[in-house]
Design a protein. Structure first.
Length: 69
């Protein structure tokens, strides 16, 4: 199944803020966060119906090992 993933501007901003937060907490942690997000996006593309529906057209997946800020 070919799935398109669209990142809203607010999601991109939150990602950037989280990256800076993790990288400033520990060198390299921001990059680990980036790689985890990439892994989760690939999972979403491979199994688009496997995630918790938050709202119409919006699903949620947990980025393992990274707490919400």
């Amino acid at each position: 199944m070919n799935v398109e993933i669209e990142a809203l501007d607010v999601a991109r901003q939150e990602f950037d803020e989280a990256y800076v937060h993790y990288e400033s907490a520990k060198a390299g942690l921001g990059e680990e966060f980036r790689e985890e997000i990439k892994r989760q996006l690939m999972k979403i593309k491979e199994h688009p119906d496997a995630w918790m529906l938050v709202s119409t057209g919006i699903e949620s997946v947990w980025a393992g090992g990274f707490p919400t800020m």
